[in-house]
Design a protein around this ligand. Structure first.
Ligand code: NIG
Ligand code: FE
Length: 398
């Protein structure tokens, strides 16, 4: 593979076992729509044709993928990338037995407030680049480590320069200066802070959890955001049972994220609603928590997405292959289900039709593995299998 740019009319050709389209109407009849002996044709950054290579239309250039698996780029629909500093000491203490708590967020808030724009932007760009080289071609990024009007607004302004999807998470925790007046902080988040942040964001999020925001506060935050045209998503049921998942479904949120501690009513609500369950196994890995039960959700008919939750506290990984491997080993997912959840599932959680699949009209976001099958992402954990990545038809420098 030497392609620097697939443009004009180029064709990427794969051999058996094939090309993952994520379109169940194609290929082998499975949810991944795997085509064997297949080609994808790209023009001006978009996929224009997918099918058997024998039937491919004429192309300016033709690249032989040499029997390697070709997949859509990963869609990481949940990350917190605007921050300064790290929490190595907290991680170290945790690995010696100290439990994880949301309080650590305040350490990163202090570091983020003290950082200048250039430092925040450089750190964000580093993480987006790191993710891209591992196959992530669409990233969502939240604010939530500023927690003042100015710091939340600049977090989102910086994020919008580097990622496709931007989420206002002023309601991450109550900052120390509002410790005695949490209601006053909710007023700020739903008032002046929302005014300053809404222009940069598509989504509004809230950490609905004991120690962060209860159901009433979370509802106030989400409905205020919705009144400004933002679409809700919710950090729900991460550290314990609670109302977050049901609130997310009731408000028609695009996604309920974490979903670790669910009762039957939560699963039932997800199964009958429009809300995707986004599972974040990097967080359980790094907090030594119990993993969410993906099998139970899938068997109930819930749409599941997988994402990294990349942040310096609970999940400092940008690696979607790592999350796929964890989901298969620890959460009862098959490799096919995990790959779908990390690509098309993430796109569903972001309500995007143009990413997460290799179908005509989609952005040409492609990932070539140094492996004959997508199954190797789980089968060979920890091995750098992503050999080449294209975003909108352009080869990402390795
Ligand atoms: O998704 N749950 C809330 N927020 C992050 C953790 C942030 C942190 O610990 O800094 C999460 O896990
Ligand atoms: Fe998160």
């Amino acid at each position: 593979m030497t392609a620097e740019l697939i443009d004009g009319v180029g064709a990427l050709v794969t051999n058996d076992p094939g090309l993952v389209t994520d379109d169940p109407a194609r290929g082998d009849g499975g949810p991944l729509g795997v085509l064997t002996g297949a080609a994808v044709v790209v023009q001006r950054g978009r996929v224009v044709w997918v099918g058997r290579s024998a039937d491919a239309p004429a192309a300016d250039r033709r690249y032989d993928a040499g029997g390697r698996a070709l997949l859509p780029g990963f869609v990481d629909s949940h990350a917190h990338l605007v921050f300064a500093g790290d929490r190595t000491a907290e991680f170290n203490a945790r690995m010696s037995g100290r439990p994880y708590g949301a309080g650590g967020i305040r350490t990163t808030v202090a570091a983020t407030r003290a950082a200048d724009d250039a430092a925040l932007e450089a750190n964000l760009a580093r993480l987006v680049g790191e993710a891209l080289r591992q196959g992530t071609t669409t990233v969502e990024c939240k604010s939530g480590y500023g927690l003042t009007v100015a710091d939340e607004a600049r977090s989102l302004r910086i994020a919008a320069r580097h990622v496709d999807e931007v989420t206002y998470l002023g309601a991450h925790v109550v900052p120390p200066e509002y410790a005695d007046d949490p209601g006053g902080y909710v007023e700020l988040v739903t008032g002046a802070m929302l005014d300053a942040c809404a222009p940069y964001a598509r989504w509004v999020d809230v950490f609905c959890e004991r120690g962060a925001f209860d159901a009433d506060a979370a509802r106030a935050v989400l409905t205020a955001g919705m009144a400004r045209g933002l679409v809700p998503r919710v950090h729900a049921n991460q550290l314990g049972p609670g109302p977050g998942v049901r609130l997310a479904v009731e408000l028609g949120a695009a996604s309920a994220d974490h979903c670790t501690h669910l009762d039957d009513a939560d699963v039932d609500a997800l199964a009958h609603g429009e809300t995707v369950a986004t599972l974040l196994p990097g967080a359980e890995f790094s907090t030594r928590g119990r993993y969410p039960d993906a099998r139970r959700l899938l068997d109930a008919g819930v749409t599941v997405a997988l994402s990294t939750d990349c942040n310096p506290g609970s999940s400092y990984t940008s690696s979607m292959p790592f999350c796929v491997a964890l989901a298969v080993r620890e959460m009862g997912m098959t490799p096919d289900e995990a790959v779908w959840a990390a690509t098309a599932g993430g796109a569903r959680a972001l309500r995007r039709e143009d990413v997460g699949r290799i179908v005509p009209g989609a952005r040409a976001d492609l990932m070539l593995l140094e492996a004959p099958s997508h199954v190797h992402l789980a089968y060979r954990p920890g091995v750098p299998l992503v050999r080449a990545v294209w975003r909108a038809g352009r080869r990402v420098p390795g």
